[in-house]
Design a protein around this ligand. Sequence first.
Ligand SMILES: NC(=O)c1ccc[n+]([C@@H]2O[C@H](COP(=O)([O-])OP(=O)(O)OC[C@H]3O[C@@H](n4cnc5c(N)ncnc54)[C@H](OP(=O)(O)O)[C@@H]3O)[C@@H](O)[C@H]2O)c1
Length: 342
Amino acid sequence: MHTTLLGDGLQTSALGFGGMAVTHVYGGTDDAAALSVLNAAVDAGITFIDTADVYGEPLPGADGPAGTNERLVGRLLADRRDEVTVATKFGITARIGVDVDPTAKRSRGDAEYVRQACDASLERLGIDVIDLWYMHRRDPDVPIEETVGAMAEMVAAGKVRHLGLSEVTAAELIAAQSIHPIAAVQSEWSLWSRDVEAQVVPACAELGVGFVPYSPLGRGFLTGTLTREQIAGDIRGATERIGDNWDANQSALAVVAGVAQRLGATNAQVALAWLYAAGRRAGLPVVPIPGTRSVSRLSENAAAVDLLLDDEAVAALDTVADLARGTRNIVGDPTWISSGRE
Ligand SMILES: NC(=O)c1ccc[n+]([C@@H]2O[C@H](COP(=O)([O-])OP(=O)(O)OC[C@H]3O[C@@H](n4cnc5c(N)ncnc54)[C@H](OP(=O)(O)O)[C@@H]3O)[C@@H](O)[C@H]2O)c1
């Protein structure tokens, strides 16, 4: 697989792997199967592996972020550190769909927490330096300059190579970039989640920051392979888009399926290829990170890096977002995602 240059000189595989998929979230899997998928990703050239301290199930009696996903990725890194560009995140302190207290503080970005979070991630990953370290969510009670300043200290200490930010507004990105170069913004961007194109994507293009679209397959919905039974058992069943508007959103899905059928590709490949096209149109490097528990789907997704969409396909796919019903936000608080603070 070819590579892509994000911001701040960070080079990654053209497609990344969304590691959240291999611990409990949309079904989950066992550790052996998870490690097979992680190894298969690296074998397929998908060497940019995305995790976060908050992903996975908390260990019994443990305090703080779950960390089990990072520990699994750590088992991959124990064997293959030199082959992998590892990205992790800190800052979410209440797990979505698990912590029931709606008043709990959902994010932390104070300098003391940032320092602790870095050391904890390094320990769980079993490595000396994190290649790309993201602020997962902005702490509304802390100036972003303080959070990024503390992150920059970790770079100076040799514990982190590059910095990233997730779900930031353009203004927050500009403020952060004044403290330290930002390699990538990771936010939701896909056929049906295009709010970032208004301000965040142009700001990234202007500042030379790369974009890492998360949930590039619409948490699986856009692939056309999900069933209602499947989503009823995980957090997707409780979302507006996939749960409440399952029927209404079939027309958006039909457009993706129509393009895929005409091109002899799969929905997943078309959804990923559209993101590359959207990145070229906006003038910035884009590295999507689809997640899967399946080795065969990994290969399918990897093939998307070579799928070039014709103008007719892009025009049809550009209509999908207008057909989609329901917010992309899976939390009741509108400020949880960047467009809610713009
Ligand atoms: N920064 C953030 O706040 C944030 C938020 C969400 C996610 N993320 C990151 O982004 C990554 C990807 O997002 P996501 O997992 O939410 O959604 P996604 O990648 O859009 O979709 C994942 C779902 O699609 C299915 N899938 C994958 N490839 C497929 C294929 N070729 N055909 C059919 N189904 C396929 C997977 O099911 P199977 O496992 O059954 O194949 C899984 O349920 C996460 O793993 C995580 O690392 C970050």
